[in-house]
Design a protein around this ligand. Structure first.
Ligand code: V47
Ligand code: SF4
Length: 398
């Protein structure tokens, strides 16, 4: 079935509202939708409707390819000087007795633990503390590179960079250049939350602003480097704030082309100061992935971060615009388990991840951080693997 016929049934529906039909036609013709149209999708687009459009975009960009990488995480500390209301690391939530703050040697021990393991990336993210200053992180990145030059260092967010550059009295451009020279390879997408000040001031008042987050990524992109972007959704924000957030990202991406992947992060409500706010349901998660895929036409990838939403929802998301499921994580990524993620011990082997992807008829591709293909697992049969006996690829919802 061609891409054209796959989506035609949407346009043939006589009950489809003209404004939604016009959006479908635009997506079908690879035209960009406006902020008002994005808002309409959130307000009136059914799960089936936005899902079919998003799957069209996803398959046009990537076919059935579904990416993952092998990485490990280091969280330097679970204490933080800031007070984000949704975060269990906040200074007002965290009991200091439960806290940790690793030294450089302790963190290098974690790096060395993976010697000989087929990981391609270390993802470093945690709280903000004064002892982790610009020199500390520059030395840490250099130490990792000296130890294992080919390991990709994806580290810290504008929240940390804004803090350490301010303390060191250096500008963003100079600071990011120094980090690159020290060994930093890319930026993860964290710290973005919701850019709109109306919301940001209520949930993350004291850390970098939305504009500062965007400025730091822009400086990084100007150095020819890549980064990701997240959006924390499903708390006190409205649909219009999500559209504003994605519009800011889309505009920056038009200028630089430096973003690789958009990662919607579902607000989880345990052990934080927003526990009274109910979490959104799975249909809303899937609608949000789908609308992000439709809206961010200049982003190559949309990722479902499975430790946060459960592996089942990540698997479903592969039919709603998502083409990346992050990576195999074999240690506990505590920021999420503390916030109440489905995965109290988020570990998944390569075999499990490959099976999860194949079970919905997609092609599992191991990638490195920059989306170079490391290995195509489509034909891989694992030893002692009984899960595929009699397996028939299920048709995905198109
Ligand atoms: O910015 C904190 C989020 C982010 C909660 O770039 C919460 O590949 C939900 O950005 N409920 C950090 N989310 C993690 C991050 C990330 C994760 C995976 C991959 C990549 C990537 C980046 O975690 C923070 C914040 O938005 N977070 N608390 C919570 N209660
Ligand atoms: Fe600190 Fe980040 Fe948590 Fe905010 S989200 S309290 S900046 S660790």
């Amino acid at each position: 079935m061609t891409q054209t016929t796959k989506i035609q049934f949407l346009l043939d529906d006589p009950n489809l509202k003209p404004e939604l039909r016009s959006i479908a036609n635009k997506v079908f013709n690879s035209e960009r939708i406006t902020p008002d149209e994005g808002l309409l999708l959130y307000q009136e687009g059914s799960l089936g409707f936005v899902g079919a459009l998003a799957n069209f975009v996803r398959e046009k960009k990537h076919g059935d390819n579904t990416y993952f990488n092998r990485n490990f995480h280091i969280e330097p500390t679970n204490l933080c000087v800031y007070d984000c209301k949704f975060c269990s690391y906040s200074r007002l939530i965290k009991q200091r007795e439960e806290g940790w703050a690793y030294t450089m040697d302790e963190m290098m021990d974690i790096v060395r633990k993976y010697d000989g393991q087929p990981v391609t990336e270390v993802h470093i993210v945690g709280g903000v503390l004064p002892q982790y200053d610009m020199k500390f992180y520059a030395d840490f990145f250099t130490a990792i590179k000296n130890h294992r030059p080919e390991l990709h260092v994806k580290a810290l967010t504008p929240v940390e960079y804004h803090y350490i550059f301010k303390k060191a009295k250096v500008g963003y451009a100079e600071g990011m250049k120094a980090m690159k020279e020290a060994g930093l390879d890319s930026l993860p997408g964290g710290g973005a939350e919701i850019f709109h000040p109306e919301i940001r001031e209520q949930i993350a008042a004291d850390k970098c602003t939305g504009q500062q987050w965007l400025d730091i990524h822009e400086e990084w992109h100007k150095l020819g480097m890549r980064s990701n972007a997240t959006m924390l959704y499903g708390h006190i924000e409205g649909f219009e704030h999500r559209i504003h957030h994605m519009e800011e990202l889309r505009k920056l991406q038009d200028r630089t082309g430096g973003f690789q992947t958009f990662i919607p992060l579902k607000f989880r409500n345990q052990d934080n100061q927003m526990s009274h706010i109910p979490e959104v349901n799975v249909a809303e998660d899937l609608r949000n992935y789908a609308i992000a895929r439709i809206y961010l036409d200049n982003f190559d990838h949309v990722k479902a971060y499975w430790p946060m939403i459960s592996r089942s929802i990540a698997q479903l998301a592969l039919s709603y615009g998502v083409d990346d499921v992050d990576g195999t994580i074999d240690d506990t990524t505590k920021i999420y388990s503390m916030a109440g993620s489905e995965e109290q011990n988020p570990a998944m082997s390569t075999k499990e991840l490959v099976q999860l992807i194949k079970a919905v008829g997609r092609r599992p591709i191991e990638r490195d951080t920059l989306y170079n293909v490391v290995k195509d697992f489509t034909e891989e049969v694992f030893e002692e693997d009984t899960a595929f006996k009699g397996y028939v690829a299920l048709p995905v919802l198109n």
